[in-house]
Design a protein around this ligand. Structure first.
Ligand code: ADE
Length: 972
């Protein structure tokens, strides 16, 4: 052991004094005893030590020989008349003995010093050591003083007396004792954040208390925050601290959260949560500004959560929450929009009568939210007519039934239809079919005149010269009338007619739920004039006359003498047509031959497609997603599951340059700001005869050099990724000339976000079946999706690639419902350090709602920040692609995230699935699972429970189609 100049050593202070004299004393060996012993020996040294520390009392004896024995005594009494009260330690050849409460903490250390470990406050006092010296049978005596000081209490915080009010200034003072040379470092903390510190060196030797002040202007955000003052003492006192938790009083602020959205369907439940921030807590009340609150509402969570059961349209409007505490009042309101299906007013159904030549109009009066679009059509015709239905001059041809269809933009609302009959009345119409007839002399002929009339014609007659025949036979001329009703003839026969039967009757036509009252039906009369033994004088014109209450109509009909037909020439067509057919067949044969020839010569085939065309075909044609295939064995291997199947050396996939002329672009699948994706046919992929449908990523016309560079970067990234069933596969690229094409596999069902949103509108009432393009989407499909995405990401992560934009919009889905990770536009190779420029470029548009806190706040991206985004993507899938953090603006969302907020469990998913999501959202990236963990966890949960997601409990309002009209932050 050594000590420094100040005498400070591990918290023990030795103050040495020279031994002034020695006195010969008889030594009594033995057991503890109170000895009456008085000595004039002065105190030779004082040892100052903190309670709890070890202390070494120096005897001051030195000799080359170790002493035969050493005795240590405790002394009592005043300096001059001290008495040995006990022998506390004896050390001699016969053994060592420590007595009393020293028995287990005292020992003699070379040569004759006494070590006490630890020392207690009660050890304060004087001690004497006695060592017999062999040379002159003398005894060496020495007195030492032990001064034990109390260990400091630790810091004390003053200056805070609750309650405080937001806006006040708080002067915090932290004091801690200085004991001897034991001086603390003082530090103020807010949580784990250091605010200020002061080192021990600033204290003057005589200072008794270390002090550190901290001044703070408090705001409501400081409420419940802990402020700690730490005193760091060297040695066993160590770290002492005191903590205060601020109680800051402030008036309430309110915000309304709408977990099920502000737009709901009639009959749905509504949930409104009044998020109140206040101290002390506020009382909360709800009100509807337009009038009464609905009868069937309940309050939960101390009145903050308002639940309206099966809301009806008349309770639309503004709902206000009011929070009040001693310091103030706050109100916030939200407008509830209640959607309901279209309906059509009854009066639209009434049959209308119009006279020929009049104007006619009928409006389709509808109700519905959103207001439905209305269109008219005529029964039996496809033509769409505008609303209101309008005829500038009604004609008989307008007579008929008209259907009004009211259709809501909310796709799952059924359309409403109503049909009415337009009954056109007017003078008879002669339907012109044939106005010239021919006959041979002496033959017979029948002239026809077809009359349509509503009301029916009262008279139809044939006239020529002075003749007029309505019916019957006059000489060689006979006239017949045949009536053909144009609608079903329904008869009501009344037997034994009573007086009360003399009244009006209605005949109803029922079509589905609708009925049309039919008063009269327009009739068609075919009137014929038959002339027998036709004479030369009969070749002339005749008049057909029809009359009803509204007027009359005449038609001139001519009878001509029949002539013999001329011989027919052979039509030219009969010669030309066979010649053209033979020519076409020759050309087609030639084209077929050429195609075969070129295919054989095609140089280009990606090597992995050549080698693995069996797997390719499996992925292309036969692969069904695991869960959809067989629910009893939910996670079978996928084609290509064995990574060795697809493994290839990186340089194998590097040369996929594809001949541009073997691509035929078809239609644009999607457009972004700078790029577009086009559906195309690629001829000769994998040496196949049949062209393969592919998707081609390219830049838009006139896009910048940056856009091209981004596309090339994405290509570079994709080239690093060997094929995997859950990652969109690179098929080839055209980079030799512009525009650059990146050719990837085609995913017929588009991106997962749109796909899920489309499913919402098609779901039926049980939701066990969601219909999309004639396919059913089940809870197991959703499970399969999240599982496949985890698998795809495990593959990407295994290559040390960070995707940085994982979201359902960037997952594609093929015709067999296989999910494929795509859009490597933002992705980075973690070994690639050249990313400054990239950061810059994407700074403007970041997928904030999908980003982990470390990415949002510190621009740190890793596989673990991809895991966070995966958790968000999982949440998207389980809510059928709601927008994350519904109802929160980006700044509000970021603020909440910073304070540890996480999205709550979607009501319809079970706790285990939600646990997995929450693991992805651990604050510390290291605490989040890996993608491989996620695949396993999901397999466990999904195979264990059938009800991991109760798809039929998804509140309908959550993914209302009308959401497409909402802003991003409102949209669920
Ligand atoms: N949209 C973007 N990429 C696509 C692809 N590979 N298939 C279908 N649609 C797409």
């Amino acid at each position: 052991m050594g000590h420094d100049a100040s005498g400070y050593l591990d918290g023990v202070v030795f103050l040495r004094k020279p031994i002034s004299s020695t006195t010969v004393v008889l030594v009594a060996l033995g057991y503890p005893a109170v000895l009456s012993w008085s000595t004039q020996e002065p105190i030779s040294s004082t040892t100052v030590v903190l309670a709890g520390y070890p202390a070494v009392l120096s005897c001051g004896y030195s000799s080359e020989q170790p002493p035969d024995s050493v005795d240590w005594y405790r002394l009592e009494g005043l300096d001059a008349e001290q008495e040995r009260t006990h022998l506390l330690y004896h050390d001699s050849n016969s053994g060592t003995f420590a007595f009393g409460n020293y028995s287990d903490r005292a020992e003699v250390v070379e040569p004759a010093n006494l070590k006490l470990q630890p020392v207690y406050m009660s050890d304060n006092g004087d001690y004497e050591c006695e060592v017999p010296t062999t040379a002159d049978y003398d005894t060496f005596l020495s007195k030492v003083r032990l001064q034990v000081l109390e260990a400091p209490d630790g810091p004390r915080i003053t200056g805070y007396s609750p309650p405080l009010f937001a806006g006040q200034t708080l002067h915090l003072r932290c004091e801690s004792q200085i004991v001897g040379d034991v001086r603390p470092t003082l530090v103020w903390y807010n949580g784990s954040r250091e605010l200020s510190r002061i080192d021990p060196s600033v204290w003057q030797p005589e200072t008794e208390t270390a002090v550190l002040n901290y001044v703070l202007d408090v705001s409501k955000y400081d409420n419940a925050k802990a402020y700690r003052c730490q005193a760091l003492y060297r040695g066993p006192v160590g770290v002492r601290e005191q903590k205060i938790t601020l109680d800051i009083r402030y008036a309430p602020t309110t915000d309304i959260e709408t977990p099920l959205g502000k737009v709901v369907r009639e009959g749905d439940d509504v949930l409104l949560r009044c998020a109140v921030d206040s101290n002390p807590p506020s009382t909360v009340s709800w009100d509807r500004l337009e009038g009464d609150m609905p009868a069937n509402y309940n309050l939960f969570e101390d009145g903050r959560l308002l639940r309206i059961v099966k809301i009806t349209r008349n309770f639309h409007g503004t709902y206000q929450c009011k929070a009040e505490n001693d310091l103030g009042v706050s109100t916030t309101s939200v407008e509830l929009n209640i959607l309901y299906a279209p309906s059509i007013a009854r009066q639209v159904l009434d049959t209308a009568e119009a006279l020929v030549g009049e104007n006619f109009t009928r409006a389709c009066i509808t109700d519905g939210n959103p207001p439905p679009t209305v269109r008219w059509s005529r029964e039996g015709s496809e033509e769409i007519l505008d609303d209101p239905l309008y005829f500038s001059s009604v004609n008989f041809t307008d007579d008929g039934s008209y259907i009004c269809t009211a259709r809501s933009e909310v796709k799952y609302f059924p359309e409403s239809t109503a049909k009415f009959r337009l009954d056109v009345k007017g003078p008879p119409q002669i339907v012109k079919q044939n106005t010239i007839f021919s006959a041979k002399e002496n033959g017979s002929v029948t002239l026809e005149c077809e009359v349509e009339s509503d009301p029916p014609a009262t008279r139809v007659a044939w006239k020529w010269e002075s003749n007029s025949i309505e019916s019957g036979t006059v000489g060689r001329y006979s006239v017949r009338q045949k009536e053909t009703p144009t609608s079903i003839l329904s008869t009501l026969t009344i037997k034994s007619v009573q007086a009360s039967d003399f009244r009006s009757y209605q005949c109803l036509i029922l079509v589905g739920r609708y009925s049309v009252r039919q008063k009269e039906t327009p009739t068609s009369i075919l009137s014929t004039l038959t002339i027998k033994s036709v004479q030369a004088s009969d070749f002339r014109s005749y008049q057909c006359l029809a009359v009803n209450v509204h007027g009359e109509e005449t038609q001139v009909i001519v009878l001509e003498r029949a002539t013999a037909p001329p011989p027919q020439p052979i039509p030219l067509v009969a010669i030309i047509l066979p010649v053209i057919l033979v020519f076409i067949m020759v050309i087609l044969g030639l084209l077929y031959y050429l195609r075969k020839y070129w295919q054989r010569k095609l140089p280009w085939t990606p090597k992995y497609l050549k080698n693995k065309d069996m797997e390719m075909r499996a992925i292309e044609d036969d692969y069904l997603p695991p869960i959809a295939q067989d629910s009893a064995s939910p996670m079978p291997l996928l084609p290509g599951d064995d990574p060795t199947n697809y493994y290839m050396e990186p340089d194998l996939i590097r040369d996929l340059e594809f001949p541009r002329d073997k691509l035929s672009l078809e239609r644009v699948l999607g457009r972004g700001n700078f790029g577009q994706v086009i559906k195309a046919k690629a001829q000769g992929v994998g040496g196949a005869d049949k062209p393969m449908t592919v998707a081609v990523k390219t830049t838009k016309d006139g896009s910048s050099a940056d856009a091209k560079e981004d596309l090339l970067k994405e290509l570079k990234m994709m080239k690093l990724i060997p094929p995997h069933p859950n990652v969109v596969m690179l098929i080839g690229y055209c980079t030799k000339t512009e525009p650059v094409y990146v050719i990837v596999e085609y995913c017929a069902l588009g991106n997962l976000q749109n796909f899920l949103r489309k499913c919402r509108s098609k779901r039926d009432s049980t939701y066990a079946n969601i219909q999309v393009d004639e396919r059913l989407l089940t809870p197991r499909d959703l499970a399969s999706f999240i599982w496949q995405i985890a698998r795809g990401m495990a593959h990407v992560a295994s290559l040390k690639i960070v995707h940085r934009d994982l979201a359902s919009r960037n997952v594609l889905i093929d015709k067999n419902k296989v999910c494929k990770i795509s859009d490597f536009g933002l992705s980075r190779d973690v070994y690639d350090t050249d990313n400054e420029e990239y950061e810059q470029k994407t700074q403007g548009r970041l997928p904030l709602r999908w980003m982990a806190p470390e990415s949002l706040f510190d621009h740190v991206y890793s596989v673990k920040s991809d895991v966070w985004s995966y958790g968000i993507t999982m949440w998207e899938v389980l809510t059928l692609a709601c927008t994350p953090y519904p109802g929160l603006s980006p700044p509000a969302m970021m603020e909440r995230l910073r304070n540890g907020f996480r999205m709550s469990k979607p009501v319809h998913c079970n706790d285990e699935v939600y646990d997995i999501m929450r693991k992805c959202w651990e604050d510390d990236p290291e605490d989040r699972p890996t993608f491989i963990d996620l695949v396993r966890l999901l397999e466990d949960v999904i195979t264990k429970a059938e009800d991991f997601i109760k798809i039929d409990e998804i509140p309908a309002a959550m993914y209302d189609e009308s959401n497409s009209k909402k802003s991003k932050q409102e949209k669920c």
